[in-house]
Design a protein around this ligand. Structure first.
Ligand SMILES: NC(=O)c1ccc[n+]([C@@H]2O[C@H](COP(=O)([O-])OP(=O)(O)OC[C@H]3O[C@@H](n4cnc5c(N)ncnc54)[C@H](OP(=O)(O)O)[C@@H]3O)[C@@H](O)[C@H]2O)c1
Length: 167
């Protein structure tokens, strides 16, 4: 049986900032569309803080998995609440036809860095105020396979969509 593709998808500014006050530091509809297209019908795995930042509502048309250490954490029907990395990988193995799309935040990007095989990073040209930095990744183990830059009227929002694959 094939293993799941395990992918990270995130957007970061020029300094690696990814979050502010539980949500995103910018509003970039083009990147939200890219995120929707890449994650549609797949399994999205997120940390509880990212889930809380989204109003604790599941993303429609996706299988939602939330990671928390709180044994009594309750989420709306349809959200799968899991409590450790092994449980997430087992959940993926039980649904091998779907991709495991790790959608953050920083704690969750740290957690799966040894098993992720594909990286989708949107790099914003500007710098933004924030409180959450992207996790360090073993970049030397990856090679960039695609890059597409989209110029925005606001230069800070000009962004490049990159795909990286584990070598
Ligand atoms: N720019 C982007 O692409 C992007 C993407 C995603 C998120 N973000 C931003 O990132 C920020 C949130 O990131 P964050 O690092 O603070 O939080 P996070 O990774 O979203 O969530 C952290 C929480 O996940 C749970 N958790 C972490 N490790 C775990 C483990 N090993 N086992 C079980 N549960 C575990 C814990 O939940 P409990 O506390 O409930 O135990 C922990 O508090 C927000 O601002 C969000 O908007 C940005």
């Amino acid at each position: 049986m094939e293993d799941n593709m395990i992918a990270y998808i995130w957007a970061q500014d020029a300094r690696g900032t990814i979050g502010k006050n539980g949500t995103l530091p910018w509003h970039l509809p083009d990147d939200l569309k890219f995120f929707k297209d890449q994650t549609r019908d797949q399994i999205v795995v997120m940390g509880r803080k990212t889930f809380t930042g989204m109003g604790e509502r599941p993303l429609p048309k996706r299988v939602n998995v939330v990671l928390t250490r709180q044994a009594n954490f309750t989420a709306p029907a349809g959200v799968h609440v899991l409590h450790d990395k092994a449980a997430v990988l087992a959940f993926g193995a039980a649904h091998p036809e779907q991709h495991l799309m790790i959608i953050g935040g920083a704690e969750i990007y740290r957690l799966f860095a040894d098993v992720v095989d594909t990286l989708y990073v949107t790099r914003l040209a500007g710098t933004f105020a924030g409180d959450t930095q992207m996790a360090a990744l073993p970049w030397a183990d990856f090679t960039r396979t695609t890059a597409r830059t989209v110029v925005n009227a606001d230069p800070a929002l000009t962004h490049t969509f990159e795909t990286w694959q584990r070598k």
